[in-house]
Write a new protein. Structure first.
Length: 390
């Protein structure tokens, strides 16, 4: 859906009013708004020089000052982002989606950079990795948190960390641990949500799953085919072996949601997993293995571990939750393609968080306007139908 510049500029200005008190001086306050407008504007390459030129400044010094040295708190801006997204998209059964994306970089000085696997590149590259949390709610999905992954080779080298502006308090954390930190912030803030989902990086982390269970937080998390699970007793069986043992009647064809070419249909099976449950509260929740099977000749399977109240553990519900995981992939494409998420040139810790947060704020505006536009079109369609019926 095409969005006019006037529409997103107005919504961006409304959102930016919430950020105003984060800046002690008017110059960075005004420049932050101009920066976000530039991210959504027609700038070909959204780096310091071209954004400065778009803003009307002769050099990128002001932009660099905003990202590196000006006094403002990117974490407080993240809280504004979360509140805005939840206000616009919030619903009780929303899905929290966690995933990471890579930022290919040259050199060895950018905070957290090293040769590591980047899903963006599909191979090992010199890159930074960011872990992100996306909120999929009413009609759309937008990001609400982000963390920079800092490899252990970095945290073990405090001199290198200091040169990149990484605070002394930052210790090594795995990607699932970063995901837990973000999820904890969201749950502690009382954000309405029904489910958590993510790929094998997060589903394969038993500590993360147990922590979510301790919060009574339902989840549908992907796991590898060789994930050991208790199925019909306290004996480990691989996920793929469980799937192969299921009878034909266990499978049902369901949609994982609408895609560009229509409904995304798969065959799904849901089978209980064994747990020792003592209290009534423990028995209220169930553990399950969800298996998705493609309809083509390859009949490829994907596996998910699920935890939820038994009353909401239906195949259609959890298939829909698993299907919403792809919305974060779309979010990465849009933020990189339209909001300059990966076009930054800052090297230091604070610069990364500041640029990324401003880019996610810009993306949230696009999502909110597009969701609002869809609702407007639906309302017009319903009104036309009523007039026709009358």
């Amino acid at each position: 859906m095409h969005l006019t510049a006037r529409a997103w500029e107005h919504e961006l200005e409304v959102l930016h009013q919430r950020l105003g008190e984060l800046f002690k001086r008017p110059e960075p306050r005004q420049r932050s708004l101009a920066y976000m407008k530039g991210l959504l504007g027609t700038v070909e390459r959204k780096n310091g020089w071209q954004l400065a030129e778009w803003i009307g400044e002769a050099t990128p010094d002001g932009v660099q000052h905003l990202l590196e040295r000006a006094q403002w708190n990117a974490h407080a801006a993240r809280d504004v982002l979360r509140e805005y997204v939840v206000e616009k998209l919030g619903e009780r059964d929303a899905v929290l989606i966690v995933d990471e994306t890579g930022f290919v970089k040259k050199g060895q000085h950018s905070a957290g950079v090293q040769r590591q696997y980047s899903g963006t590149a599909g191979r090992i590259e010199n890159s930074q990795i960011g872990v992100f949390l996306c909120y999929a709610g009413r009609g759309g999905a937008a990001f609400i948190d982000r963390e920079l992954y800092v490899p252990k080779a970095w945290t073990d080298d405090r001199v290198r960390c200091e040169a990149a502006g990484i605070p002394e308090s930052v210790e090594f954390a795995t990607k699932p641990q970063l995901a837990r930190s973000m999820l904890e912030r969201v749950l502690d803030a009382g954000v309405p949500c029904g489910w958590v989902t993510g790929d094998e990086v997060y589903g394969g982390d038993r500590h993360l799953r147990l922590w979510l269970e301790s919060r009574d937080q339902s989840f549908v998390l992907a796991v590898a085919k060789n994930e050991p699970l208790w199925w019909q007793g306290p004996n480990y069986v691989r996920a793929d072996q469980i799937a192969e043992s299921l009878p034909a009647r266990a499978w049902r064809r369901l949609s994982a949601g609408a895609g560009a070419k229509g409904e995304r249909l798969y065959d799904w099976a849901l089978t209980p997993l064994w747990r020792l449950q003592v209290t009534a509260e423990e028995r209220r929740f169930g553990h399950y293995l969800l298996v998705r099977r493609s309809l083509d000749e390859k009949r490829e399977r994907a596996y998910y571990v699920m935890y939820a109240p038994r009353s909401k553990a239906t195949r259609q519900t959890v298939a829909s939750v698993a299907g919403r995981r792809w919305e974060i992939e779309t979010g990465f494409e849009v933020t990189k393609g339209e909001c300059g998420l990966d076009q930054y040139e800052v090297r230091r810790w604070h610069g990364w968080y500041r640029h990324i947060t401003l880019s996610l704020l810009a993306h949230a505006v696009l999502v909110v306007l597009r969701v609002g536009g869809k609702k407007h079109l639906k309302n017009r369609y319903r009104s036309a139908c009523r007039r026709y019926a009358g």
